[in-house]
Design a binder for this molecule. Structure first.
Ligand code: GRG
Length: 295
């Protein structure tokens, strides 16, 4: 099943995009401008890494694809919502995202805030509505994703990130911030398949837990490197903005070489977690993609 994983990525991308299309109200539905803005935030060219991790972890544990569409779409809704907030004037004040105007630039600030506000509850509605799954499993999925985006997850990490501007952090503090800001949702993507596959051997859960944490951290170190090494055209957002905003990043605090080494170490550690798992080729491919990606 996991052979030729790369060729099957479009299949998974189509699945999650079809699910997203089915749960997002059409832009012909009132209030039209709000729905148009939500659709713009979702359908403007994201890589869909988190949904791909949901499907890949599902492959590994033998979870039917049809059960994975809801967590994949819900997590992408949360991710898209966080990017809209991240770009707002009160946060990073960015004009460009995925090579296109950010939502508040394309529409207006109030519409961007409202579109993000509506995407978050939609994500939980999608999880609560998942077909053919017991009620307690749905509740566990809702809690998994809620914890990942709350004050002890992504929102907390974003708060730490804003508070770290201009400060010199040690590696442990920086990585803790990364683990929350970026790692928590990536970890939840992997763990959502464990919830759906339960009961599974505790060794499998521990391996995927370790993999999710490690690769979530690697994702942010690579993101920091891309901001320094990529062009605006490559990364679809203004290159060098971390330095201009005096952000606490891995390259700024420890240098480019140390950042590359840390990415490689985290990749090795992540791949090590996969060794005991039955069918981890897709996860392994995604882990390499995360540390090698050019955008
Ligand atoms: C209230 C839940 C909540 C969130 C608000 C704004 C915020 C708090 C959190 C933002 C967290 C954030 C933006 C983390 C950065 C994560 C990151 C590296 C995003 C880029 O992800 P990619 O490369 O993006 O997967 P694409 O465009 O491919 O989807």
């Amino acid at each position: 099943m996991a052979n030729n994983y790369e060729q099957r990525i479009p299949h998974y991308t189509r699945r999650v995009e079809a699910k997203l299309d089915s749960v997002l109200p059409g832009s012909d539905v009132q209030p039209n401008r709000l729905h148009e803005a939500m659709r713009y935030a979702i359908f403007n060219g994201g890589k869909r890494v988190r949904p791909l991790l949901v499907y890949a972890a599902g492959e590994c544990l033998g979870v039917p694809e049809s059960l994975l569409d809801s967590p994949a779409a819900a997590i992408e809704l949360i991710h898209a919502f966080s990017l809209v907030h991240d770009d707002l004037p009160a946060m990073d004040d960015d004009d460009l995202r995925r090579g296109m105007p950010t939502l508040h630039r394309k529409f207006d600030e109030a519409t961007a805030i409202l579109a993000a506000d509506a995407m978050q509850p939609l994500a939980f509605a999608v999880l609560a509505d998942i077909d053919d799954v017991a009620g307690d499993t749905r509740a566990r999925l809702v809690k998994l994703v809620a914890d990942a985006c709350g004050s002890l997850g992504m929102t907390g990490g974003q708060s730490m990130d804003l508070g770290a501007e201009g400060r010199s952090l040690g590696a442990a503090e920086l990585e803790h911030m990364f683990a929350l800001k970026t790692g928590a949702l990536i970890h939840a993507s992997v763990m959502s398949a464990c919830v759906l596959a339960d009961p599974i051997p505790t060794g499998h859960t521990a391996a995927l837990d370790g993999f999710g944490r490690t690769i979530g951290l690697a994702f942010q170190v690579r993101d920091d490197l891309l901001d320094v090494e990529g062009t605006t055209e490559d990364i679809g957002k203004p290159a060098g903005s971390d330095e201009r905003m005096n952000k606490a990043t891995y390259p700024a605090l420890f240098g480019i070489e140390a950042s590359r080494r840390r990415c490689d170490e985290l990749l090795e550690e992540g791949l090590g977690h996969l060794e005991t798992l039955p069918d981890a080729a897709a996860l392994s491919w995604l882990a390499r993609f995360i540390v090698d990606r050019g955008k």
